[in-house]
Design a protein around this ligand. Structure first.
Ligand code: HMG
Ligand code: MG
Length: 306
């Protein structure tokens, strides 16, 4: 049996551009532009959108308009909206926006946990536990982002055992599904596979998503490696927006346009209209005063220009 026998027939993409993408922008982006981006993403057929985060505005000023953005979205039925909540304070603030899913975010690396959320891995789990409990009691789904699952800007290579350890802790507090994130994009297919296999010790394949930053141009290859393991949930950013403010040098997530093009070419359904997606990417890139960071976007637009 070849590895391709495992390939899923459909893939669900969470566009994290409004959150992971924009959080790293130094220039202020008006809430109205963020709302318009979310609307364009749902018009393009995205069924899951990570909209914003309820974190300290001193740490991430760009997300300070979280309430305004959530309140301004006209939701289409069947679309899920998620937000990041690092602690109970964030969760309580998030409730007014009625998120479908909240995301607690931890790291497989101690040093990154300290830099990103100012506490150890063990302390982060203590903070997340009441958040998860409160969310689930209210019928809100809970996802756990796991940063630095292959490499860390401070600790270097991360052993799969650390990913398994974190996944086990997340499972223990009731997190329903997890993201295997390559925060700084240093992963290559075998390493990413090992990280996913580590997460698989605690979560089923349906409850694991791939979240690959494209800093070193490896994200599509890593996506294929994950697909071959049967992973069918992925996170990406329209126009390749983004980076993490606490991972110096890390560029954006893999562009949603590039993932959709690859999957379409492989006969794997995403339900996403590539042309509308490209236009959404152009819209937000114009707001930021630059070109979309997506090869597919560029190629399609050149072709359109004839
Ligand atoms: P802390 O300083 O340890 O928290 O920060 P604290 O409880 O000691 O509170 C300090 C101050 O923050 C207080 O305000 C709190 O009220 C306030 P002050 O009295 O000084 O005026 N505060 C909050 N304000 C708003 N919302 C909150 C909140 N909590 C406390 N929820 C904290 C801890 C987690 C808040 C802080 O470290 C933080 O905000 N970090 C930002 C982390 C972040 O957003 N990182 C980027 C997202 S993660 C990511 O991008 C990776 C991912 O994409 C996956 C991948 O690629 O790896 C998900
Ligand atoms: Mg990220």
């Amino acid at each position: 049996m070849t590895a391709t026998m495992n390939l899923p027939t459909r893939v669900k993409i969470i566009d994290v551009g409004p959150r992971d993408g924009l959080q790293n922008e130094k220039q202020p982006v008006p809430a109205a532009a963020k709302i318009e981006l979310v609307h364009r993403l749902q018009d393009a057929g995205l069924k899951e959108i990570e909209v914003t985060s309820y974190v300290s505005p001193k740490w991430v000023p760009q997300m300070a308009d979280n309430a305004e953005v959530m309140a301004g979205i006209q939701r289409q039925p069947g679309v899920r909206f998620s937000v990041l909540t690092p602690n109970l304070k964030g969760f309580e603030a998030a409730l007014a926006g009625q998120p479908d899913e909240i995301v607690v975010f931890g790291a497989a690396s101690e040093a990154f946990s300290q830099k990103n959320i100012n506490c150890s891995i063990a302390e982060s789990i203590e903070r997340f536990a009441p958040v998860v409990e409160a969310a689930r009691a209210q019928g809100i789904a809970v996802r756990g982002a796991m940063s630095c699952t292959v490499g860390c800007p401070y600790e270097g290579d991360i052993a799969p055992e650390k990913v398994a350890y974190l996944a086990g802790l997340m499972k223990g507090i009731g997190v329903q599904r997890v993201d295997v994130a390559d925060t700084i994009g240093v992963g290559t297919p075998r390493k990413v596979r090992a990280a996913i296999e580590a997460a698989l010790r605690h979560y089923g394949i349906d409850d694991i998503s791939g979240h690959f930053h494209d800093t070193y141009g490896q994200a599509l290859a890593n996506t294929l490696a994950a697909l071959e393991l049967g992973v069918w949930n992925f996170q990406s950013s329209v126009a390749g927006l983004g980076g993490c403010p606490y991972a110096k040098g890390a560029t954006g997530n893999v562009a949603t346009e590039d993932v959709v093009f690859m999957l379409r070419g492989m006969g794997i359904d995403t339900g996403i209209d590539l042309d509308k997606l490209i236009d959404a990417g152009v819209f937000i890139s114009q707001q930021l005063g630059r070109e979309p960071n997506s090869r597919v976007s560029k190629a399609v637009r050149l072709k359109r220009a004839g």
